[in-house]
Ligand binder design. Structure first.
Ligand SMILES: *Cc1c(COP(=O)(O)O)cnc(C)c1O
Length: 361
């Protein structure tokens, strides 16, 4: 991108490009790790009712602190992880990306470290907020090597260390015991460990929220976009020590979360059993998709999420990506040589993907 001289764009933004997967027509959308199941008729009706209740009060600002929603999120996490959190341990915003941005605004003095390949928005939000971003590394099989990770943390002494588990775009989860070791190292340096658990509900690993009581420097970021099938509503949150939440309140924009968002997110949490049943279905589909890919002679990277990174095809990744798109299947070229990422879709979408792939490789 070349910018005109008259535009006083900040120097550190000039070399950046906007984040985004191609938004193009297709029959199967398997590119952004959304949940393929739309809200049930009952959930749609409950959402409609909630919006209509809020409609009569839209002249008023929303609850600035979203306390009811934060209490519900605390109960949801307590139920899953046996913890004892209250709304004071939760911060909620328009998607976990906004949460991550607030973390950078509050704590991004100095540098931040992540282990690539990982979620590219950590780096981008970091750079946009003037934090020095350091690309750390993983083992060549994309697993996080705890010892190496600790060495990198000791070397760079970042203000924030990011670990994504299950990792995107590779899929594997990090065991809680390993996260705990990394947390111990981060503690000695006075930094924060940010654990991005966007796909936690798809994994059998225990959540890092269980570390927070003894480790106030551990911050866990979660989202309703993936497991909760609520990407369009834009709701993400963090679980942390109340002091982290207090810092979020300094950097947040006033009334950042609309009344409508707050109301519909509460409804979705009331339907959590129904929504999480969809997660089980997706986990089963994931396992059968792994089998299908292997029987086509392809190699899959170990995954605990709702997507699979695969390799072993003869064309380059961009070529296979665009040939699949011509057959109506949109998956993701994540910029890793020889690899493509596919999101688990409905049974029909997965079938279409496999049959298109069969013709191409
Ligand atoms: C999808 C994703 C997110 C976030 O999304 P929001 O929709 O902004 O909540 C955050 N982290 C990772 C690793 C993701 O893959």
């Amino acid at each position: 991108m070349s910018w005109p001289n008259w535009l006083p764009l900040r120097e550190n933004l000039r070399s950046l490009s906007p984040y985004g997967a191609p938004q193009v027509p297709a029959q199967a959308f398997l590119n952004t790790n959304e949940n393929p199941f739309p809200p049930s008729a009952q959930l749609q009706a409950a959402i409609t009712k909630a919006v209509s209740d809020v409609a009569s009060q839209l002249n008023r600002y929303p609850d600035r602190d979203a306390e009811l929603l934060r209490s519900k999120l605390a109960s949801y996490i307590n139920n899953l992880s046996g913890t004892d959190f209250t709304f004071n341990n939760i911060w909620v915003a328009n998607g976990s990306n906004e949460v991550i941005q607030s973390l950078f605004l509050a704590f991004g003095e100095g540098s931040a470290l992540g282990f690539t390949p990982s979620y590219s928005m950590h780096a981008l939000i970091g750079k946009v907020s003037n934090t020095v971003w350091i690309d750390g590394f993983r083992d060549s099989d994309f697993t996080l090597n705890t010892k190496e990770a600790i060495n990198q943390i000791l070397l760079h002494k970042p203000a924030m260390t990011f670990v994504t588990t299950p990792n995107n775009p590779t899929g594997g989860a990090v065991a809680l015991a390993e996260i705990a070791k990394i947390a111990d190292t981060v503690k000695t340096l006075g930094g924060l460990l940010v654990v991005d658990e966007a796909y936690a509900e798809f994994s059998k690993e225990l959540s890092a929220v269980t570390l927070i009581a003894k480790n106030p420097h551990v911050v866990v970021v979660r989202t309703m976009s993936k497991a909760f099938a609520f990407a369009g509503a834009r709701v993400g949150y963090l679980v942390a020590d109340p002091m982290v939440k207090d810092a979020m309140m300094i950097v947040r924009l006033p009334y950042h979360l609309s009344s409508i968002t707050q109301a519909v997110a509460q409804v979705a949490l009331d339907f959590k059993d129904e929504l999480l049943a969809g997660v089980e279905t997706l986990i089963q589909s994931r396992e059968s998709l792994i089998t299908s890919l292997s029987s086509l002679g392809l190699t899959t990277v170990k995954t605990d999420a709702n997507f699979i990174l695969f390799t072993g095809f003869k064309q380059n990744a961009r070529e296979l990506w665009s040939d699949l798109l011509k057959k109506g299947v949109l998956i993701r070229d994540v910029g890793l040589s020889g690899h493509l990422r596919v999101t688990i879709g409905t049974e029909a979408e997965n079938k279409l993907f496999i049959s298109a792939l069969k013709e191409l490789i």
